[in-house]
Design a protein around this ligand. Sequence first.
Ligand SMILES: Nc1ncnc2c1ncn2[C@@H]1O[C@H](COP(=O)(O)OP(=O)(O)O)[C@@H](O)[C@H]1O
Ligand SMILES: [Mg+2]
Length: 363
Amino acid sequence: MRKIRVESVSKSYDGEVILDNLSLEIPGGKFFALLGPSGCGKTTLLRLIAGLETVDSGKIFLGDQDITNCPIYKRRVNTVFQQYALFPHLTVFENVAYSLRLKGISSDELSDRVHNALKMVRLTGFDAKQPRSLSGGQQQRVALARAVINEPEVLLLDEPLAALDLKLKEQMLLELIRLQDTLGTTFIYVTHDQFEALTVADKMAIMSPHGTIEQLDTPKKIYEFPESKFVATFVGSSNLIEGTLRIREGIMHVEVDSLGTFAVYFPVEKTWMISGRKILMSVRPEKLLITKSECLGFSNHLKGKVVDIIYYGRSTEYRVQVANGKLLMVFEQNEEHFPQETIDYDDVVNVYFQKENVVLLEY
Ligand SMILES: Nc1ncnc2c1ncn2[C@@H]1O[C@H](COP(=O)(O)OP(=O)(O)O)[C@@H](O)[C@H]1O
Ligand SMILES: [Mg+2]
């Protein structure tokens, strides 16, 4: 499968810049997710790749082939939208068969291919049903079958599960992963929902509100090593603490006004990691340990007061106010393997974290 290369693409609507000199390389044959806040230009980018819109400047390549001005029907690219857009007056079979009929494919082959596509989305036996008699999830499967029947090289999925409830969404995400695996088609899955992107993606790109790519990597790398403040707070939650970086004999510390000095360890050296520079420490809330007792063996310690407790069922979030007035978020799993100490509002607590769990970000 050929990769897709978006090269310095810009696009404006009515004088407003939507995509700003955007470059992106999407690996072929993989499940790729594009994650960004609503309105950042994700759909615009997909429409450019599909050929439904034209670029103002820049180029789009499929492998070595420049497809920037290639007409839609010559691109082996298909799209599934959030709105299922099925033909309401046609049966499931005819909805899926539609594009094959236009191509004049013989009825035996057509029937085989439709049944194969329906089987792939687990809708065997649904041939004669009308779209309106199907649930939202089933309609979206018909839309998927219709999109894959032409064996596209690239399948674009624009928030395809946004209208489904959580349980159904989780199930469909797993089915999409299976489908991509079976077909080997390049999937580009666009969403504003980090849970969806982290679940499906082999690789993912984070798009900023300004229409640029902030970071591209595996979901795990993006989550564990965000490279900017935007990524650290858009994907999951992060505690961001401002401080001054100190490097002595290769060992890094961060000094924070009224909170003291913190040990940090960061495997990657960046040009901005200079002693005396203002930087941000980012720590995931689940990497903080909260307790009323004293613990040994942690690199870093803070004291604070509990000002908020939010119970989520499987976990609890504590908001802890520390000496500089800042609120820290702490997530604790509600495991209760051991009788736990109870933490209440206004309790004074210790918060501990390890230096390996600090991500340093440019200020
Ligand atoms: N055809 C269009 N004409 C004018 N403005 C548009 C058009 N399509 C999108 N936009 C604007 O471009 C911005 C990005 O839209 P879109 O690509 O749909 O974002 P996303 O899919 O990330 O939510 C929005 O402000 C939207 O209003
Ligand atoms: Mg959109």
